[in-house]
Design a protein around this ligand. Structure first.
Ligand code: AMP
Length: 219
């Protein structure tokens, strides 16, 4: 079981590459952007709260994002003691000779999360409660000119409400101000690996797969 964060600026190709990796390596793909868009599309109260924020290109509050991550982890992990009470119950069950459900902890690839240093710290906290840990943070590096070119290209074909000129500029500002510090955070912790993502999707994918083969080699 390995947990990976795929890091990159808007337009770096996180979503595309995370989907390809999830399929190839049977990872659970957790995209906070997708989760939030689903909430908006379903018209939930959370969706109504974040709709305007997303349309402006602002970041959604850390607590909201964390609650979605927490829910997704719970949905994807079964048989794992989720807190001390569960661990106690497991112990009692073991002593009573009861059947313990087999642990099923998948490998996870995070896409678009964490986007602030606080989210990175909260992820550590949430993981430690589940006896999990983050194994690697892979940064897909793309030059600013190429990012802008790609987002405009995507804007022409996508129906995402946040793919317009003004919002794109603002999303990149949010990235520089709030998300870039996450890189330094992971650099210090020694988890960060960077790859060049400036080429074609297939070229970046080849680089990522070489890295994933290496990361997953001792599973
Ligand atoms: P994405 O699909 O990852 O580009 O995210 C689209 C939008 O969803 C972002 O511009 C934010 O408004 C919001 N969002 C997605 N992930 C996060 C996150 N981890 N923290 C805060 N806001 C997020």
């Amino acid at each position: 079981m390995k947990n990976i964060v795929l890091y990159g600026a808007p337009g770096a190709g996180k979503g595309t590459q995370a989907s390809l990796l999830a399929e190839k390596y049977h990872l659970v793909h957790l995209s906070t952007g997708d989760m939030l868009r689903q909430e908006v599309a379903a018209g939930t109260s959370l969706g109504q709260r974040v709709k305007d924020i997303m349309e402006r290109g602002d970041l959604v509050g850390d607590e909201i994002v964390l609650s979605l991550i927490d829910k997704a982890l719970t949905a994807n992990i079964s048989g794992e003691p989720l807190d001390e009470w569960d661990e106690e119950r497991r112990q009692r069950a073991i002593e009573a000779g009861e059947q313990i459900p087999e642990r099923r902890i998948p490998s996870i690839i995070f896409d678009g999360f964490p986007r602030t240093v606080q989210q990175a710290q909260m992820l550590e906290f949430v993981f430690s409660h589940r006896n999990m840990r983050l194994d690697r943070v892979i940064s897909i590096d793309v030059s600013r000119e190429e990012l802008i070119r790609r987002i405009h290209e995507r804007a022409a074909i996508s129906n995402r409400a946040d793919d317009n000129e003004e919002t794109i500029r603002h999303r990149l500002e949010e990235y520089e101000e709030k998300t870039r510090p996450v890189l330094d955070y992971y650099k210090v912790s020694g988890l960060l690996v960077s790859i060049d993502g400036g080429g074609e999707i297939s070229e970046t994918n080849t680089r990522l797969c070489q890295l994933m083969d290496y990361i997953l080699r001792d599973e």
